[in-house]
Write a protein that binds this ligand. Structure first.
Ligand SMILES: *Cc1c(COP(=O)(O)O)cnc(C)c1O
Length: 470
């Protein structure tokens, strides 16, 4: 009999390359500190090393894997370097990587409860756990009116909240107005573009000396809009803004949202994780007034991208605005009303088994282990801030509430820009600047899983050396 063609990798080969891949990852993570943090390649360098056409015949995995070291690694910005201080961290950990791998291996698509009950129920359960772990408002629990879901990003979370808020109103879309601060993440405005609401209808409210939204200015703006015949419908506050880690005053904002019947969304993308520790739960004071909330374990909770935990006070408002049931998705479990179909809680239909990695992380580290890293990063940032304060050449732009230190050389924008450029082209550390009060400001973001005091000390020494030389 003629043999049927089989192009698959054999099970034996899969084991061999699987073990090799894990070894490679372990080696990479052990040695990542030696690599330049910011990739030093020029635009087009990586593509120039790739063949013009894909292979007609399959190649050996050995050949494929060789190109990881030769082509891919030089083009990496090494986010997992302990000397990565740019943006916000993108946390990973061994248990999380294994959870990702398992999710890939199962290849489950959990759009409906019925398409993998474990995928849905584990997610609901772990998100309920996190309500307790962060001491979030109890109505975010699935046993109450609300519930949590894993989204791919904080951007999706605020967009989904925006759509749910829009669906609660009867006003014409051109009359809807929303509010956030001048410091809110760009994803809030992007959400408006996607939701088909003019970004002119998004009011950017001024901030105070700590870059947190001014409730009085908000109230005034709402009154003006109502007087002009417009309908306020959405307010997005931030717990830990990206530029400066500002924490908006949720109690005052929540009271205003209630007064005017506005959907109140709170974006705690990076900083929400701090609430793992009782001493930092003040950041969420007033969160009980929120209609929706999100934070990103994929930033500061050692969980691989993508993993945003999104909670709503009233899940029916979310599912009413997003649920469409074509014939081919109908099934007994859904119709019984006894199950959650997470497809109705998000933009795409399909979804990965993302709760596995979160479950692994929480079980491996325990609450205690996760708290340890939050406390460590905040202590390191506070220490760094002390060094800045005690050096007469530098100043803090704002007192760091948690693990992001915004500071600048007193010599003006040019020298601050020089410092950032020299640091990043050195490959030794990576940090970025922002603008606060129109001034170039350096951002030292401390939250990488393996960052130690020595890394922070070396970063400060390097910054001082560059300042001395200029
Ligand atoms: C990082 C960040 C976001 C965007 O996060 P994604 O999950 O990548 O969409 C949104 N808001 C704030 C405050 C952030 O810091």
């Amino acid at each position: 009999m003629e043999e049927k063609p089989n192009y698959h990798m054999s099970s034996a080969e899969f084991r061999q390359w699987g073990y090799k891949t894990i070894d490679w990852i372990a080696d990479y993570l052990e040695n990542v500190e030696k690599l330049p943090v910011l990739s030093q390649v020029e635009p087009g360098d990586i593509r120039a090393k790739l063949p013009n056409s894909p292979p007609q015949q399959g190649e050996s995995f050995a050949e494929i894997f060789k190109d990881i070291d030769e082509i891919i690694v030089p083009g990496l910005t090494n986010w997992q370097s302990p000397n990565f201080f740019a943006f916000f961290p993108t946390g990973i950990s061994a248990p999380s990587i294994l959870g990702e791998l398992l999710s890939a291996g199962l290849g489950v698509q959990g759009m409906l409860w019925a398409t993998s009950p474990a995928c849905t129920e584990l997610e609901t359960h772990v998100l309920d756990w996190l309500v307790d772990m962060l001491e979030l408002p109890l109505h975010f629990k699935s046993s109450e009116t609300g519930g949590g879901v894993i989204q791919d990003s904080a951007s999706s979370a605020s967009l989904v909240a925006l759509v749910a808020a829009r669906e609660q109103t009867t006003a014409d879309i051109s009359k809807l107005v929303a509010y956030t601060s001048t410091q809110a993440h760009s994803s809030i405005e992007k959400g408006f573009k996607i939701a088909g609401i003019s970004s002119e209808n998004l009011r950017l409210i001024e901030v105070d000396g700590n870059y947190a939204i001014c409730p009085d200015a908000l109230q005034q703006c709402i009154e003006q809009d109502i007087a002009a015949g417009l309908t306020p419908f959405y307010l997005a506050a931030t717990v830990g803004t990206t530029s400066s880690n500002a924490i908006d005053p949720l109690p005052e904002l929540g009271a205003i949202a209630q007064k005017y019947n506005i959907w109140f969304h709170v974006d705690g993308a990076m900083s929400g994780t701090a609430a793992l520790c009782p001493e930092y739960r003040w950041i969420h004071q007033g969160l009980e007034l929120a209609d929706s909330y999100c934070f990103n374990p994929h930033k500061w909770m050692l969980t691989n991208f993508d993993c945003t935990c999104f909670y709503v006070r009233d899940r029916s408002k979310l599912t009413q605005s997003l649920s469409i049931v074509p014939e081919y998705l109908k099934n007994q479990a859904s119709e019984s009303g006894a199950v959650i179909d997470y497809r109705d809680w998000q933009i795409p239909l399909g979804r990965r088994f993302r709760s596995l990695k979160l479950w692994f992380v929480i079980r491996h580290y325990g609450i205690e282990g996760l708290q340890h890293y939050v406390r460590k990063h905040i202590a390191l940032a506070q220490e760094f801030a002390e060094w800045v304060k005690s050096d007469s050449r530098f100043e803090l732009a704002v007192n760091p509430p948690l693990n992001l230190v915004c500071f600048r050389h007193k010599g003006g924008d040019r020298i601050n820009q020089t410092i950032v450029n020299s640091l990043n082209s050195s490959g030794k550390i990576y940090l970025i600047s922002t603008k606060l009060d129109q001034k170039v400001t350096l951002r030292m973001s401390i939250g990488q899983a393996t960052t130690e005091k020595l890394n922070v000390q070396q970063a400060w020494e390097l910054i001082c050396q560059i300042a001395d030389a200029n």
